[in-house]
Design a binder for this molecule. Structure first.
Ligand SMILES: Cc1cc2nc3c(=O)[nH]c(=O)nc-3n(C[C@H](O)[C@H](O)[C@H](O)COP(=O)(O)O)c2cc1C
Length: 115
């Protein structure tokens, strides 16, 4: 079904440093999708950090192997009550908030023109 679309988005929360297993499994099963654009998005407790906590990278690599051209990525904080955050009643309460949603909307609008 995805082959009918020119631009495809893949996203989930981040769990133990990775996208949700069901999303990663889905991507593994995808056929080659050449000449199609993709974007990825996530919510996470912690900010994505290049070299240290770049949870987008493995998904991006897998999508590229399927022939998809990644034209954008978006990440914002989500309410997190896992692991150490649980002790203090969670972090990022109320997130994603209105500002996050506005940024997501701007991101989505900007995708139209990306090649
Ligand atoms: C079991 C579990 C593990 C998590 N692991 C991470 C993590 O490794 N890094 C991170 O930044 N956030 C982590 N989080 C926080 C989630 O990414 C965040 O709460 C996200 O917004 C959840 O999205 P959801 O509400 O769609 O499940 C974890 C949350 C849970 C419940």
């Amino acid at each position: 079904m995805l082959a009918e679309y020119d631009l495809i988005g893949f996203g989930s929360g981040i769990y133990f440093g990775k996208y949700h297993r069901s999303l990663l499994e889905l991507v593994d099963k995808l056929p080659m999708l050449e000449n199609k654009k993709a974007f990825i998005f996530s919510t996470s407790g912690l900010k994505k950090l290049r070299f240290i906590h770049d949870f987008h990278k493995p998904l991006k690599e897998n999508l590229k192997q399927k022939g998809l051209n990644i034209v954008g990525e978006f990440s914002c904080r989500g309410f997190d009550t896992s692991q150490a955050a649980k002790v203090i009643g969670g972090i990022n309460r109320g997130r994603p908030n209105e500002k996050d949603l506005n940024q997501a909307e701007n991101f989505a609008r900007g995708l139209k023109d990306r090649k």
